[in-house]
Design a protein around this ligand. Structure first.
Ligand code: CP
Ligand code: NVA
Length: 309
């Protein structure tokens, strides 16, 4: 049962809870497409705290809340008193008196954890430097649409920076029995604690987690190739240096040639064409990549309905 809980990390969910979210997301997507009203959160309000930029997350949460019969409030740190130093623990307790749920996009993961510790309403992680669970759950939904409902035994290869997406995808794959391999330059591998946690989950679901440096080894026979930006939000000053370090970590036709013939390419967006992904590869996989973007809406509606319903 997810009612009343937080969603900070996929690692905290059971495999059954992951499936519950995915199943409801498919159902709500079908209802939305058929024009069937589903006001599960009538009269409820979601607060959306953003300390970083967003296109998909902001719009999909706000529209999602509206489609569920509730409303959403956009709260930028430029406007909140947090921006002037009001403690997280006070903000969490105050907002809990007005709202029915809150989503937060911020820098340090410990900020979301502290918020959740003091809040008495469900808290949803909408991206931290460490994790991006809503995106990775969405990517499972999209993988099911393109590769079939049972994801067990498929291989996802993540190419590039060992960042928040890598971490959440690794957790997501481990929960549903998908094999996961990442390839990053030396020094840019995923967080060791996250890898250790993911390996525990993978052992339970019977899948594997491989942390590699060679993109061709990771991509070999993969069913899904995934990438994300080389410099995440907050790392803008490292961009030029990273472009040099990551130049051999691009998803292009040469890399795709070692993957499974029917492999699909995924990207959470925003994309930097000519950096982590070649233009032609992105455009050839646009159907998958923009389904991923759309599915943020359906997956987060399921998450909100289950936590806040
Ligand atoms: N993928 C994703 O989270 O996009 P935004 O940064 O636009 O929200
Ligand atoms: N790793 C990226 C993901 C953006 C959705 C970032 O944190 O900026």
């Amino acid at each position: 049962m997810l009612k009343g809980k937080d969603l900070l990390s996929i690692h905290d969910l059971t495999s059954d809870e992951v499936m519950e979210i995915l199943n409801l997301a498919h159902e709500l997507k079908a209802k939305q497409k058929a024009g069937i009203e589903h006001h599960i959160l009538k009269g409820k309000t979601l607060g959306m705290i953003f300390e970083k930029s967003s296109t998909r997350t902001r719009v999909s949460f706000e529209v999602g809340m509206y489609q569920l019969g509730g409303q959403a409030l956009f709260l930028s740190n430029r406007d909140l008193q947090i921006g002037r130093g009001e403690p997280i623990k006070d903000t969490a307790r105050v907002l809990s008196r007005y709202l029915d749920g809150v989503m937060i996009r911020t820098f340090g993961h410990e900020i979301v954890e502290e918020f959740a510790q003091y809040a008495s309403i469900p808290v949803i992680n909408a991206l931290t430097d460490l994790l991006h669970p809503c995106q990775a759950l969405t990517d499972l939904l999209t993988a099911q649409e393109h590769k079939g409902k049972d994801l067990k035994g498929l291989k996802m290869a993540y190419i590039g920076d060992g960042n928040n997406m890598t971490h959440s995808l690794m957790y997501a794959c481990a929960k549903v029995g998908m094999n996961f391999a990442s390839a990053s330059p030396k020094g840019y591998e995923p967080n060791a604690q996250v890898v250790a946690n993911a390996k525990l989950d993978a052992a339970q679901s019977g899948s594997t987690i491989e942390i590699l440096n060679d993109p061709f080894e990771a991509a070999k026979d993969a069913d899904i190739l995934y990438t994300d930006v080389w410099a995440s939000m907050g790392q803008e000053s490292e961009h030029d240096e990273r472009v040099k370090i990551f130049k051999d970590y691009q998803i292009n036709n040469e890399l795709l040639s070692v993957a499974d013939k029917r492999a699909i390419v995924m990207h959470c967006l925003p994309a930097h064409r000519g950096e982590e992904i070649a233009e032609d590869v992105l455009e050839k996989n646009a159907n998958v990549i923009f389904d991923e973007a759309e599915n943020r809406l359906h997956t987060q509606k399921a998450i909100m309905a289950l936590l806040m319903g």
